[in-house]
Design a protein around this ligand. Structure first.
Ligand SMILES: [Zn+2]
Length: 250
């Protein structure tokens, strides 16, 4: 059968119209199937581990010497050291973390204090055993090279995280990262002002790299007990200097 076209202009417009409609429908189906549409900004999604209840081991407590254990680039943790009273920290965390009971209890109080002021803190990292620290440090070396890696993480045996007394915390305002900017957030500033009231110090303060061996880490807290924490934080000093002056005074 032969189609007789009387008005060519109208014919082409009609064909073009149907072609455009067909193209739109095909594109629509394609988009739905292959998810061509993406959110404008990729929001980092995190899964916050819900708090769990831990067994009551409140009869255990640390000796003061243990609480002030110095682990840094010159001082390794004793070979095979495993804290005796590790518990799962019952706080919002990016992953399940463990700390020594006394540090965990103190951190619970610190988080509650922050929450009472409207600041939500999140645990990121706590106790690491030797093998985990090997992995963490190797990842940093592969990413940044050995020299740069040594400024931000420690070889196994030399990390404070192996004591069970150190914890990294963060907040939504820095996208749950461990970055210097945390120190400028309201949460980070509250922590700097109040950590000592709960027995924690900012272990690697700004500008003290020559003493601690580490660049500024406003997220890394070390539990030392309230009295020592207040002394160190009020004097803007470090655990290294505190222990040195204590040794030279005795
Ligand atoms: Zn840390």
């Amino acid at each position: 059968m032969k189609i007789r076209v009387k008005n060519y202009k109208r014919f082409y417009i009609t064909v073009a119209f149907f072609a455009a409609v067909a193209a739109l429908i095909i594109w629509g189906i394609f988009s739905l199937v292959f998810h061509v549409f993406k959110p404008a900004a990729a929001v980092r999604s995190i899964e916050i581990v819900q708090p769990v209840q831990t067994e009551d081991t409140s009869t255990l407590s640390h000796e003061e010497d243990d609480l002030l254990m110095l682990v840094n680039k010159q001082n390794a943790i004793p070979d095979g050291y495993v804290p005796a009273d590790l518990v799962t920290v019952p706080l919002d965390s990016l992953r399940e973390i463990k700390l020594c009971l006394e540090a965990s209890d103190a951190l619970e109080e610190l988080f509650a204090g922050a929450a009472a002021q409207g600041y939500q803190l999140i645990c990121c990292s706590g106790y690491r055993d030797y093998d985990t620290q090997v992995e963490v440090h190797n990842t940093e070396i592969n990413t940044y090279g050995e020299a740069a890696a040594d400024l931000v993480s420690a070889p196994a045996g030399y990390s404070e995280h192996e004591t069970g007394l150190a914890v990294d915390i963060t907040s939504a305002s820095v996208n749950y990262d461990l970055v210097e900017d945390f120190g400028n957030t309201p949460e980070g500033q509250w922590v700097a002002d109040h950590a000592a009231d709960y027995g924690f110090i900012i272990r690697y303060p700004n500008g003290r790299e020559s003493v601690t061996g580490y660049t500024y880490e406003p997220w890394h807290l070390r539990y030392v007990g309230k009295d020592v924490a207040k002394e160190i934080m009020s004097q803007d000093t470090t655990l290294e200097e505190y222990l040195e002056s204590k040794a030279s005074n005795s």
